[in-house]
Write a protein that binds this ligand. Structure first.
Ligand SMILES: Cc1cc2nc3c(=O)[nH]c(=O)nc-3n(C[C@H](O)[C@H](O)[C@H](O)COP(=O)(O)OP(=O)(O)OC[C@H]3O[C@@H](n4cnc5c(N)ncnc54)[C@H](O)[C@@H]3O)c2cc1C
Length: 496
């Protein structure tokens, strides 16, 4: 029989999972004076924001790009702390270095004017059209952020300000009715520019040929609001939140996998792990909703439409300790495929293209401590479909061969003998380590114009005192949106 743990019975807030959204929810609830307990099935906090170290090398295991630092800063400030006492970040001069199959290269400079000049000089883009594009996506973001991203799904209409005519103009500019690719194709002269801006669909695991053009708010974040490097690596994001949580008195129990959320008369009353029952006055669930409903809420009505949505892509990541000093790469690099449409058609079919777009992240280029002298830490990633029973052993072998072939062609050098050691992350591991359905990185994809409205809201109307946070919930995946999900859920919880 399970023992029953009754800690501060009426006051205890239970958080299931310590991903970035679980940690943020715990901090916000603790800062309000609540007693908070986080139950985490893994042996450490952070979920997908992991770290891997070996032989003097350090690798960020998951995220590599940090945007909207003000959202993380705001969390510390709301909790009465100075964010700079916990973490810091800096802007890199080049956001991403792009490589195309014909051997050409392009730098996406952090300075927007320099980036636009690069697009004009190298790809014959028209300066006035680029200005119009960046101005339009800024306006759309300024509308979407308060109306949709920073507030509960159901309250979006309450946050619409201004005249109906102004709002109608913005709604048309959002271009939810057409695909990101079709919009980019109309904006830009050169197919390479189209490919470069289409790539932003992958920032939430979507397909630019299906996802709405509203996703053009993502390049606004990266190129107008800025992309940043967290000093000490991305793991510092969750280290800082964990330290904040401890300072606020949050308690953690690791290796505690929650198996059931107890519901009595439409009210969440606690959770069960294998060995123990915990009673709580409120429960925050940071487990992917696609897993939480069938596993923790099996007897409750399932949100069928949400669970049925197409999942986001997953990733194959090769962590390579490289004996190399003079690679022509920057911190963030994208080596594009020759046929982007075919690459996404393969992902749709659940298979891998022979010519994948390869993303390489080398943090040792900015932080020498991440690799021994004369070495580099390569994080080499391709987008892959979420797991649906594929033979990942053979897919990994095939991907590795194709990546090495592509890099040899692009960089003019065979790299295999420079790899000192290798570790691989695949969809099966992502699912096993973080309970994310099929290893999808961002929950559901945004591959149709309704997807954003079908993400799970911060609560279920049928169950009181239960809140949902994280990348599978509104407003979506990626660190900043996960942080917003926690803020929305905590604010919502105060109304119950
Ligand atoms: C390879 C990769 C690259 C990425 N790149 C970027 C990027 O560059 N920028 C960016 O912003 N985002 C990126 N992301 C996405 C980002 O990492 C996620 O959106 C975000 O970290 C998800 O946080 P989350 O709060 O949803 O929780 P998760 O990280 O999914 O963590 C959930 C936690 O809950 C725990 N848990 C689950 N079920 C239970 C249970 N039943 N009981 C107890 N504990 C449980 C899990 O063990 C885990 O610790 C990337 C992700 C990956 C994997």
């Amino acid at each position: 029989m399970k023992s029953s743990k009754i800690n501060n019975l009426q006051q205890e807030i239970i958080v299931i999972g310590s991903g970035v959204a679980g940690l943020a929810s715990a901090c916000r609830m603790a800062a309000e004076g609540n007693s908070v307990l986080v139950l985490e099935s893994a042996s450490t906090y952070g979920g997908k924001i992991g770290e891997y170290t070996k032989d003097g090398f350090r690798f960020d295991k998951g995220p590599s790009l940090f945007t909207l630092p003000e959202i993380l800063d705001e969390l510390f400030l709301d909790c009465g702390k100075n964010p700079r006492d916990y973490y810091n970040y800096l802007q890199l001069p080049i956001v991403t270095k792009y490589f195309f199959p014909d051997g050409s290269e392009l730098n996406a400079y952090a300075n927007l004017d320099a980036f636009k000049k690069e697009l004009v000089d190298k790809l014959d883009e028209k300066a006035d059209k680029l200005d119009a594009f960046f101005s339009q996506i800024e306006k759309v973001y300024e509308f979407v952020y308060p109306v949709f991203l920073a507030n509960p799904l159901k309250e979006f209409y309450k946050n619409i300000k201004g005249s109906w005519w102004d709002n109608l103009k913005i709604l048309l500019k959002m271009e939810a009715h057409r695909s990101l690719h079709s919009s980019n194709n109309a904006w830009f002269e050169h197919e390479k520019t189209v490919q470069l801006f289409d790539r932003f669909a992958t920032y939430n695991g979507s397909n630019p040929y299906k996802a709405p053009a509203t996703l053009n708010v993502i390049p606004h974040l990266e190129h107008q609001l800025g992309a940043y490097y967290v000093q000490g690596g991305m793991r510092k994001v969750v280290d800082s939140l964990y330290n904040l949580a401890l300072d606020l008195g949050v308690r953690f129990e690791f290796n505690q996998s929650v198996e059931n959320i107890a519901i009595k008369n439409g009210l969440a009353t606690g959770v069960d792990t294998k060995i123990q029952q915990y009673q709580g006055s409120k429960v925050f669930c940071n487990m992917d909703v696609n897993m939480a409903y069938p596993k923790l809420l099996a007897e409750q009505k399932q949100p069928r439409l949400t669970l049925k949505q197409e999942k986001s892509t997953s990733a194959l990541v090769f962590y390579w300790g490289m004996q190399i000093t003079d690679s022509p790469l920057d911190v963030h690099n994208v080596i594009f495929s020759g046929d982007y449409k075919e690459e996404f058609a393969c992902l749709e079919k659940g298979v891998l293209s022979d010519d994948p777009t390869v993303y390489i992240y080398i943090s040792s280029k900015v932080d020498g401590k991440d690799a021994p002298a004369n070495h580099e830490n390569w994080f080499v990633m391709i987008n892959v479909p979420p797991d649906s029973g594929q033979d990942w052993t053979s897919l990994k072998e095939k991907a590795r061969k194709n990546i090495l072939k592509k890099l040899a062609h692009q960089l003019g050098d065979s790299l295999e003998d420079k790899i000192l050691f290798e570790e691989i992350l695949d969809p099966i591991k992502i699912e096993r380590e973080t309970s994310s359905f099929g290893g999808a990185l961002y929950g559901n994809s945004s591959n149709n114009m309704f997807a954003a409205f079908l993400r799970h809201p911060h609560r279920n109307n049928q169950i009181k005192n239960l809140f949902f946070v994280g990348g599978s919930t509104h407003p979506g995946g990626g660190i900043p949106l996960c942080l917003l999900s926690a803020k929305i859920a905590v604010n919502g919880s105060k109304k119950e």
